[in-house]
Design a protein around this ligand. Structure first.
Ligand code: TRP
Ligand code: ZN
Length: 496
């Protein structure tokens, strides 16, 4: 389910071809005669995959999937050439050894002929790759896993890739910008928050929100521990030989960064919200005093948002408080997670608003992140308004008053890879929505939010599409408003 096209301009294609060449040259060619250690591309004379189709011929005939999905700010993220439909992740994790082992089966559809294609995978050891049951060649370079199927895949074909792998997963540590994210081993399990591109720290994936897919998880942990993933449990967990397997299914499309396998000791409360939606709340034992509050707030807020944003998009709601102190929350689909703190209701409101804005309606390019964070932050203001704590107008005015706030120099409509989660993307993004609300009035603004979530349910969007819908529904020209709020490096003129 891919929403982003690979770039097709000649210069970009040439650059991609050069990058693919380097990656493909490192393939280990498990199908054919074993090859020795990878040789540099420049001196590689023959096809390391076995010579069925010459390496250089493959490039010129355009049958190599691009090593990135085409997001200019994140050129290595995701991959081209195919759309993933479904991931089946069969994984076991042992907190004592911190070892993750298992297999990922990925069902995809080719959008071009493919003699090779990539998945994103960071660290870990791949022992075998099969495509449609036939052993395939593979190679690793950086965070790219390049796969050479034994048989050429034709455009439009559906195919299935199985990757067997194991190792000690490590999170990505970006000290400057994104912090620590991906798979984090904790004392009793794992804490998994992968935004923006940390899914590759624990499973091979097309790790970009432009390619959403459905997921099945079969996660095995030592008996006594709980494994929590997205969607709903399928049956009771089964314990055999001191190990328990939890089967979770997320049947609605999901961005890879929202997938989770949070494991450890948990106390759990399940039930239904007033509107009848199933709820799964889990807390690490030290947070047992917060379980009921997490459960009731999650139920109440999910139900409330369904009256404001439109029907809840998934089959259950929930929340997880782990004892790993990331200090952050992440809107993991159906299972927002709170890292080492008991969230106050504004944060729960933020993460649950993301289920509509970000999770169901997803971005196509990271620069449009305000469509997630601006909306979720504005939801916090709407929640404060609903509770009678503060009006959105008062919150807007308070932020507007500070002319020296650094967010005025950061245009939130163009989130930068080097400072992706800047406060501007959150707060100035929220202010953009408030300025819009004032310009078009509540009678258009709230139906607009519902139309947006309905029209793009389970899909991918861009800022341009939101601007177009706002103009269409209001009958107003809004280019100047959006330009001033989203794209100018200065504080917009005050709005009435
Ligand atoms: N999207 C999160 C929020 O607004 C913030 C976030 C970004 C995050 N990257 C993360 C949280 C990585 C945990 C890990 O709530
Ligand atoms: Zn957020």
């Amino acid at each position: 389910m891919s929403a982003l096209r690979s770039p097709t301009t000649p210069s970009v294609t040439a650059a991609l071809a050069a990058a693919v060449l380097a990656v493909t040259a490192a393939c280990s060619g498990a199908v054919a005669a074993p090859t020795s250690a990878p040789t540099p591309a420049a001196v590689q004379g023959s096809d390391p995959g076995g010579g069925r189709d010459g390496l250089f011929g493959a490039i010129t005939s355009g049958t190599i999937g691009a090593p990135g999905i085409g997001d200019p700010a994140f050129p290595g993220d995701g991959n081209g050439g195919y759309d993933v439909r479904h991931y089946l992740l069969r994984l076991s994790y042992d907190p004592a050894t911190k070892r993750l082992a298992g297999s990922a089966t990925i069902r995809a559809r080719a959008v071009q002929d493919l003699t090779s294609f990539n998945l994103d995978l960071r660290g870990l050891t791949v022992s075998r790759v099969a495509v449609d049951g036939a052993t395939a060649g593979f190679g690793r370079q950086g965070d790219e896993l390049t796969i050479r199927p034994a048989y050429r895949i034709s455009k439009g074909d559906r195919f299935e890739v199985t990757v067997d792998y194991s190792g000690l997963p490590e999170p990505i540590r970006d000290y400057v910008n994104l912090g620590t994210y991906g798979f984090v081993a904790t004392a009793d399990g794992s804490f998994v928050t992968s935004e923006p591109n940390g899914a590759k720290t624990w499973f091979p994936s097309n790790d970009h929100p432009a390619d959403k897919a459905t997921y099945d998880f079969e996660i095995t942990v030592p008996a006594g521990l709980t494994a929590i993933a997205n969607g709903e449990l399928d049956g009771e967990p089964k314990t055999v030989d001191g190990k328990t397997t939890f089967v979770w299914r997320e049947k609605h499309p999901m961005a890879s960064y929202l997938a989770t396998m949070t494991t450890g000791k948990f106390e759990i409360r399940t039930g239904k919200s007033d509107k009848g939606l199933p709820i799964y709340a889990a807390v690490a034992p030290v947070f047992r005093g917060s379980l009921d509050n997490l459960y009731t707030e999650t139920a109440k807020i999910t139900d409330y948002w369904s009256t404001v944003f439109g029907p809840y998009p998934f089959s259950s709601t929930g929340g997880v408080i782990d004892d790993y102190s990331s200090g952050y929350a992440l809107e993991n689909q159906t299972k927002p997670i709170y890292g080492g703190f008991s969230p106050e209701s504004g944060i729960i409101a933020h993460e649950l608003a993301h289920q509509w804005f970000g999770d169901s309606v997803s971005i196509t390019r990271w620069k449009d992140l305000w469509l997630n964070e601006g909306f979720a932050t504005y939801a916090e203001w709407l929640w404060a308004e609903h509770r009678g704590e503060a009006t959105a107008e008062a919150l807007f005015k308070r932020y507007y008053a500070n002319a020296a706030d650094p967010m005025w120099t950061y245009p939130p409509g163009d989130a930068r890879a080097t400072d992706l989660f800047n406060n501007s993307v959150y707060v100035r993004g929220a202010m953009t929505l408030h300025a819009l609300r004032k310009a078009i009035g509540d009678a258009v603004f709230f139906p607009l939010l519902k139309k947006w979530t309905a029209e793009h349910r389970y899909g991918n969007v861009t800022t341009e599409q939101f601007v177009a819908l706002a103009e269409q529904m209001s009958g107003k020209k809004l280019t100047a408003l959006f330009d001033a709020w989203l794209f100018q490096p200065r504080r917009p003129a005050a709005v009435a």
